[in-house]
Write a protein that binds this ligand. Structure first.
Ligand code: ATP
Ligand code: MG
Length: 300
């Protein structure tokens, strides 16, 4: 059958806010491919992996139907789909393998600047424009507020000015779009990141092994991106205080310095970025030659 393949299929967004980061993540995992804008599929040339480039809305369905094995998608789209399925008494046939470190946004209620908003009940009986009717309904039901829907797939932020709705429920990251449309954010109803999902259909052992391998590489890439390698020189008498200041560096390496018995070199992997204020505290404790370096890969 055409749709059965021993190559692993991964659905990613074709073009939009998740596409560059999704492609970058896979490249960092060692999957080599080049994208032809005209093509739906990109074949990896060093691994049995095919990338399917589609509208993000199609990704949960493609995964659940088993057309693709993995998908990279916003949790917001996934959660919306899950509630929809629950409502229809259909099972949600996917598992979230892990949250990723990009695609951060929130689904929020927003109203025109002149609207006097106290809490969500200020929207009682009013019309709210959204592309996420299920997430909105769940939130309003929990609050016991009735409202009227205005389902829009796009241009949600212009609905109040166009007289189509009193308020909106839309994705926000910086709030600039809201502001540009004379709206302000009143309530966050869902926080989202991109995530990687797998269909619940049983995989062949070789495909499952490849999925596990990709996932462990994804873990390594994300851990590396969150970590820094720190090198510095420290006076022996403030060594403990200095180590205590390094975020998440549990067992740093301490090395002697040539011709200097009062100072040592410290090498540490820190699980967080080292901020300027911490660097200043370190120098106040006598640390010198502080180097903070990015880590490219991590494993084990
Ligand atoms: P497609 O053509 O694939 O359907 P789209 O217009 O639905 O694209 P985008 O606007 O590219 O989708 O957003 C994709 C995802 O990016 C969102 O579902 C969300 O998870 C995430 N995202 C991050 N920041 C924002 C933001 N400020 N606005 C909208 N989505 C955001
Ligand atoms: Mg979409």
């Amino acid at each position: 059958i055409m749709t059965e393949s021993n190559r692993l299929r991964i659905a990613i967004q074709k073009s939009g806010r998740l596409s560059t980061d999704s492609q970058q993540l896979l490249k960092s995992c060692g999957v080599k491919f080049s994208i032809n804008e005209q093509r739906l599929i990109a074949h990896a040339d060093n691994m049995p992996i095919d990338l399917l480039r589609v509208r993000d809305d199609d990704i949960p369905g493609l995964v659940m139907d088993g057309v693709v094995d993995l998908g990279i998608i916003g949790e917001n789209v996934l959660e919306e789909e899950q509630i929809e399925r629950q409502t229809l008494n259909k099972p949600a046939e996917f598992v979230k393998l892990r949250q990723l470190d990009f695609g951060a946004c929130r689904l929020s209620l927003a109203v025109p600047t002149e609207f006097s908003y106290a809490d969500a009940s200020s929207l009682e009986g009013l019309r709210i424009a959204t592309s996420y009717p299920n997430l909105l309904r769940r939130f309003m039901q929990q609050k016991g507020i009735s409202y009227r829907d205005c389902m829009l797939k796009g241009s949600v932020e212009v609905a109040p000015r166009a007289g189509l709705a009193d308020g909106i429920c839309d994705l926000v990251s910086t709030g600039a779009t809201l502001e540009a449309n004379g709206l302000y954010e009143t309530e966050v109803i869902y926080r989202s990141m991109a995530c990687i999902i797998q269909s619940t259909q049983t995989q062949t052992p070789s495909k499952q092994a490849l999925i596990d391998r990709i996932l462990s590489r994804v873990n390594g890439v994300i851990r590396a991106r969150e970590s820094k390698y720190i090198l510095l020189h420290a006076p022996t008498e403030t060594l403990d205080q200095i180590v205590a200041l390094l975020p998440g560096a549990e067992n740093p390496t301490v090395l002697p310095l040539n011709d200097d018995t009062n100072r040592v070199a410290i090498h540490a992997v820190s699980t967080e970025d080292l901020f300027w204020d911490t660097m200043e505290e370190l120098t106040a404790l006598g640390a010198s030659s502080i180097l903070v370096m990015p880590i490219e890969k991590m494993m084990g």
